[in-house]
Design a protein around this ligand. Sequence first.
Ligand code: NAD
Ligand code: IPM
Ligand code: MN
Length: 373
Amino acid sequence: MSKHLIALVPGDGIGPEVVGETQKVCEAAAGKFGFELEWKHFPFGASYYLENNVVLPESALDDMAECRAMLLGAVGDPRVKPGPLEQGLLLKLRFHFDQYLNLRPALSFPNVPTPVALTEGRRLDSVVVRENTEDLYMGLGGRGRGVIEEALETKRGLYELSGNIDLRFAPAQDAAFSLGLMTRPGVARITRKAGDLARERGEKKVFIVSKANAVPHLYGFWDEVTRATMESEYPDLEAAFVNVDAMCYLLPRQPHDYGVLLCPNLFGDIVSDLLSALAGGLGLAASGNIGDGLSMFEPVHGSAPTIAGTGKANPLAAILSGAMLLKHIGEAEAAAAVEKAVFDYLSGPDKPFELGGADNLTVVGDKVAGLIK
Ligand code: NAD
Ligand code: IPM
Ligand code: MN
């Protein structure tokens, strides 16, 4: 019997709750399809940080690298100011393992009410192809009063980067900056992922989300490299450029008109939450952070601290991320069975709290696990 070693990072808030239900469902699928899952647990998150003053020990990265894939819940806790946990754990993992593709599908689900009515007979079937290592997420920045001098240093799968920033204000200002940065190979490789996916889906276009009008250095470069890659390698596909503000206007008006949305890191983050709302809820939105090494699967949502411990969290986003993980490790039948079980559950009379029903977290997990065929 084949056995897969899976790294498990439950994280904070509702993270451990939704991850627990995902393990339950994935185990049920493994039992049905004749393989084993071994979970390697990593206790990182707010409590670990507060106890040890370390977000993620370097040695853990080597242990993680031995795993076939990772399942992550969510990171972020009101006891820690925004930044250190998200950057030190979640973003660190994306960058360290060079998970440059963040794939975030948004689908219509049976019986799930949506805030915008879809045209009769049409479904929502979009996917955000989000660049996951560059843009304003470089983590490079600083602050100062009058003078900002900052030595910058970072590392990506594609390169190491170092240099100095020296900014002077007259008159002196209390100020901060963050550096947004993209490289040609970084943009070209994500464009190829979008192009390949559009072909696989039988689409005619890729929508390229940008903002070159206001930020021409960064997003003008994005436009240039995505356009050149599309023209030379995907001449069969149209590259349709849409500014991110217009995209946020158009999506709620005609949610079903957009297939593959190629986005820089920051816009991809924002557009995927918008799409999740159009699909019916963050509790349904799955994602994969995919690279050539360890890939990491996690719901689009965060740790939702205000509902943690109440049983109100919808575990379906994490469960569907678990299905993406199963597919990634070569268990396509099991993955399809998990997806079908989620659809079958939603097609029935019951619903999670988030969608107006009465089923709490564990009830949803039990019912979906029971529907694996
Ligand atoms: P959030 O996604 O945690 O919550 C946004 C809203 O959606 C809240 O109203 C929440 O209750 C609701 N929600 C989210 N997931 C739900 C689910 N499964 N079922 C039902 N309702 C759900 O975003 P936020 O409030 O901006 O962030 C909270 C914390 O999570 C912050 O610390 C943030 O940095 C972190 N965060 C982490 C990730 C991640 O680990 N991938 C993603 C986003 C936010
Ligand atoms: C997400 C989150 C993260 C992001 C945060 C927590 C750093 O919002 O995974 O969507 O911005 O990528
Ligand atoms: Mn987000």
